[in-house]
Write a protein that binds this ligand. Structure first.
Ligand SMILES: Cc1cc2nc3c(=O)[nH]c(=O)nc-3n(C[C@H](O)[C@H](O)[C@H](O)COP(=O)(O)OP(=O)(O)OC[C@H]3O[C@@H](n4cnc5c(N)ncnc54)[C@H](O)[C@@H]3O)c2cc1C
Length: 401
């Protein structure tokens, strides 16, 4: 939609082909229906949130970045608000307003035709046109592929762009779900399902101990693994390994603010002060009730022992649990729950200024179909809007020549 608005603004005749009964279905569910459209982080910091190489976007962001995007919507009567973490949302709290600003702009332009329920099936031989499901073809001076990734396929993005790019001779980096929950082989006690742990540490390592990820913050449990903000961030680093069958280990530090030595001294003092309490009941001194069953299943300490009977080895096991709950990771959630797709059209074969293919002149790419993915925080939509802008702008210059 951003590519279409921009090309039309430049005077090009635009046909927007949309497979669903309405464009922007995914846009409308972003940010839990509130649409975190961008982030005010300065460029240098912004691109560190993008992989595999955020620097590739510098030229594109020089043309259209977060301030231009905010102006774009404010000029279309969508007031915006900045929230925690420099995240930008529509002030109304409704992603619908972002969608309406784009679609109303497009619908008012005489040089834009929107064809809904119109699924592209393949490229024409010269890659300057597309074949539709009904057998007809649509041709243009320029063609922009902005079909998204594979995540949330019910919104229309089923990954056809990767096949179209390959048909055109492009290298397509294999895809994996990203910003997604992680699964583990360890049983998760029913009490923990959905339980949120705030202010914990999460590290992910290879079985040999090599650290791949570390963060502090909020996470939660699922029936078969872990989810929540720091887990989604971790998934960007580890999804490819897990989906490639590599086993990894998650380490949850339930007391990240306290060093082990200090915590051990506190345990000794608590054990002494509460000598007559039963162990299973006393676990509440150090843990939320929901985590107690997991602790009991792991610690191999008799439930009905009095605290004064806990020996040094048992205390060390309790300490180790509080500082390091290990989970054996086996995989990730699937594309039905992944916020974005990692992998896609290799950016080395795309002109970073114009989004034009270096292999096929007149063919452009924008959005998640490209091999670009980012953290949560508005970065992914900014990538889509900025690459959409560049593709729309430069394709129109070429087609108006
Ligand atoms: C639940 C959820 C919440 C999110 N929240 C945020 C957020 O708050 N902030 C953020 O920055 N990012 C968020 N994201 C990520 C962001 O939505 C995507 O990165 C972004 O929408 C990608 O834009 P796109 O235009 O490339 O692809 P899409 O938005 O997926 O659009 C692709 C379009 O192409 C159409 N299409 C596909 N195949 C065909 C075909 N064969 N023929 C014709 N049309 C076709 C689709 O129907 C769709 O309309 C979220 C994602 C999800 C799933």
């Amino acid at each position: 939609m951003m590519a279409a608005v921009t090309a039309a603004q430049q005077g090009a005749d635009v046909v927007l082909l949309e497979k669903m009964d309405q464009a922007g279905r995914k846009l409308r569910i972003t940010g839990k229906g509130r649409c975190n459209l961008t982030n005010t982080a300065p460029l240098k910091q912004f691109i560190t949130h993008i992989g595999p190489d955020g620097r590739w976007l510098r030229n594109c962001f020089a043309q259209f970045f977060n301030t231009q995007l905010m102006e774009f919507f404010e000029q279309r009567n969508v007031p915006l608000v900045e929230e925690r973490g420099s995240r930008i949302y529509p002030k109304s709290g409704k992603s619908l307003d972002i969608f309406l600003a784009l679609i109303n702009d497009l619908e008012q332009r005489p040089n834009v035709e929107i064809r809904k329920n119109c699924a592209v099936k393949s490229l024409t031989e010269d890659c300057h046109g597309v074949r539709l499901q009904d057998g007809s073809t649509v041709r243009g001076d320029a063609l922009i592929i902005a079909t998204g990734g594979l995540s949330y396929p019910t919104t229309g993005s089923t990954g056809i762009g990767y096949r179209l790019a390959a048909e055109a001779g492009h290298t397509v980096v294999p895809q994996v779900p990203s910003l997604v929950s992680l699964t583990c082989s360890d049983p998760i006690p029913a009490d923990l399902d959905g339980f949120i742990l705030k202010n914990v540490g999460l590290a992910i390592t290879r079985p040999d101990g090599k650290k791949l990820f570390e963060a502090f913050g909020e996470m939660s449990f699922t029936p078969n693994g872990i989810d929540g903000p720091i887990v989604l961030s971790a998934s960007r680093q580890v999804s490819r390994m897990l989906n490639g069958g590599e086993p990894l280990v998650a380490h949850i530090d339930l007391k990240p603010a306290v060093e082990s030595d200090t915590l051990d001294r506190r345990l000794i003092s608590d054990l002494n002060a509460n000598g007559n309490r039963l162990f299973h009941d006393a676990l509440r001194l150090w843990l939320p009730a929901e985590v107690v069953p997991l602790a009991l299943s792991r610690l191999h300490i008799e439930y009905y022992k009095r605290l004064h009977q806990i020996n040094a080895a048992e205390r060390k096991r309790l300490l180790a649990f509080l500082k390091n709950v290990e989970l054996n990771l086996t995989g990730t959630g699937d594309y039905n729950t992944a916020v974005v797709t990692q992998g896609g059209v290799d950016t080395k074969e795309i002109n970073p200024k114009s989004m034009e293919s270096k292999l096929v002149p007149g063919l452009y790419f924008a959005g998640e179909v490209l091999d670009l993915d980012a953290d949560t925080g508005g970065y992914n939509l900014q990538i889509a809007f900025s690459t959409g802008y560049a593709a729309g702008y430069w394709s129109s210059q070429a087609s108006l020549k």
